[in-house]
Design a protein around this ligand. Structure first.
Ligand code: FE
Length: 243
């Protein structure tokens, strides 16, 4: 399995606190059946200053440690980028990057609303040949109240990633129910762990896949897996609608 959203790099954000915790997370990831993981530390100016070069360097360091310990997990660089109206400039200044350097850029919305400039931002990024992936829309209060906001973004070419813990119920029954609705409506293209640690914000990817398989069949799980692979290798993502 490939995990496209994780906070496994040490001391970058609210994820792994030190290298020991990164190693523990790596072992848990392997237990889950994950072979490749994209490290996506938060990029949020003034709060988390994790520019592209820093992430690339830290990813290389972690890979060396995992090699040394013979932990069969390969880490790739990425960022979870908090939206701001300066992102287009940040991209031009080489501060932000797509997932593993691909055209797929992982965007984080504020948790309580969708800023009015989001649509314009998506368009600006698309002009730069980037494809936005909206991280965990199921946890955004405004989208929960008005799913049409997400539909609009997807109609305009964005993708969305649901967090495994939302599917399993870690974030409450409303989020769980809404996640199910998004999967059912073809409004999500990826399931990822968004793992922060080995405790209360662990992986749960396998558990989420099992639930999705139970509710919607194995084909949808295969499609999610395939899409994660397509992102890792910068290939075209499948859009799937079913009911
Ligand atoms: Fe995250």
């Amino acid at each position: 399995m490939i995990d496209i959203h994780s906070h496994i790099l040490p001391k970058m954000d609210d994820g792994a606190g030190d290298i020991q915790e990164s190693i523990e997370m790596a072992r848990k990831a392997v237990d889950q059946g994950i072979s490749n993981i994209i490290a996506t530390p938060h990029y949020n100016k003034g709060i988390y200053e994790n520019d592209k070069q820093k992430v690339v360097n830290e990813t290389a360091k972690l890979n060396l440690v995992l090699d040394e310990l013979e932990i069969p997990l390969k880490v790739w660089p990425g960022q979870e980028i908090r939206i701001s109206d300066e992102l287009s400039d940040d991209y031009d200044n080489n501060e932000i990057m797509g997932l593993n350097g691909s055209q797929y850029i992982l965007l984080e919305l504020p948790s309580n609303h969708v800023p009015r400039y989001t649509e314009r931002l998506i368009y600006d990024l698309q002009l730069k040949r980037l494809t936005p992936i909206i991280a965990h829309p199921e946890r955004n209060l405004e989208i929960m109240k008005n799913p049409h906001l997400l539909k609009e973004m997807i109609w305009k070419g964005a993708y969305s990633q649901i967090t495994a813990g939302s599917i399993t119920g870690k974030f409450g029954w409303r989020t769980k129910r809404f996640s199910k609705y998004l999967v059912q409506s073809g409004l999500s293209h990826f399931i990822a762990s968004d793992a922060h640690n080995v405790g209360n914000r662990g992986f749960q990817l396998r558990e989420a896949h099992k639930l999705i398989e139970k509710n919607f069949g194995p084909e949808i799980v295969d499609a999610f897996n395939e899409n994660a692979e397509n992102v890792l290798y910068g290939m075209k993502v499948k859009e799937f609608l079913f009911d």
